[in-house]
Design a protein around this ligand. Sequence first.
Ligand code: 13P
Length: 252
Amino acid sequence: MARTPYIAGNWKMHLTKRKASALARDVASQQGQASHRKVAVFPTFVHLDHVRRNLKGSNVILGAQNCFGKKEGAFTGEISPYMLRDMGVKVVLIGHSERRHVFGESEAMLFDKVKIALRAKLDVMLCVGETLEEREGGQTFKVLARQLKALKVVKPTQIDRVSVAYEPVWAIGTGKTATPTMAQEAHAECRRQIAGILGEQAAATIPILYGGSVKAANAADLLAQTDVDGALVGGASLSIDDFGPILDAAQH
Ligand code: 13P
């Protein structure tokens, strides 16, 4: 089954309101209503509304970088997926390695987040990936299997709202990219694990994006791999000069 190429920009804690709005306009004008690829942007929470307005007229998907695992309550500083949905957000990143490693998010928290985000009618992009130590210790597949278990909470009717981003921690923001062969190997393993959890049909349809120092120079080779369905781009998504050519690489 053909999976539509999916390119996403994770803007992390970058940009000003004005720059985020301008970048949203640039991405929107390059994407327009194109249907041969899906494009999403993930600005910081406080820029969501500005970005949403500047994406109008395009089919660029508005995403958030995180959410809390509860609907509402006394959780100072947290943001409910229902609030995101109410703001016009369509998709949320869950389990980004910076959330896991910098903010100590546990697997149990991520289970809750996936469950409640889907219940709030958001799409979910679950991020997984091993550290350098885990890779060097031959633990990569074991780590992926453990992290993908969060998909156990996905109901059959929710499968079409789920995507996975494989982001090896050692490749994020370091300029070190997984080789296309390494990416393909890890993606194929993710797909095998997804088949075990959600079935073969789900494994064939769920897009698996690669993230970690993706740039114009390596995007096409990564995207050419059978199981690499897209890219989750950090640094190179912050200007249209860098992000535009990556969008162009997703033409097939
Ligand atoms: P870089 O593209 O800056 O390595 O970041 C990848 C990433 O973490 C996207 O979520």
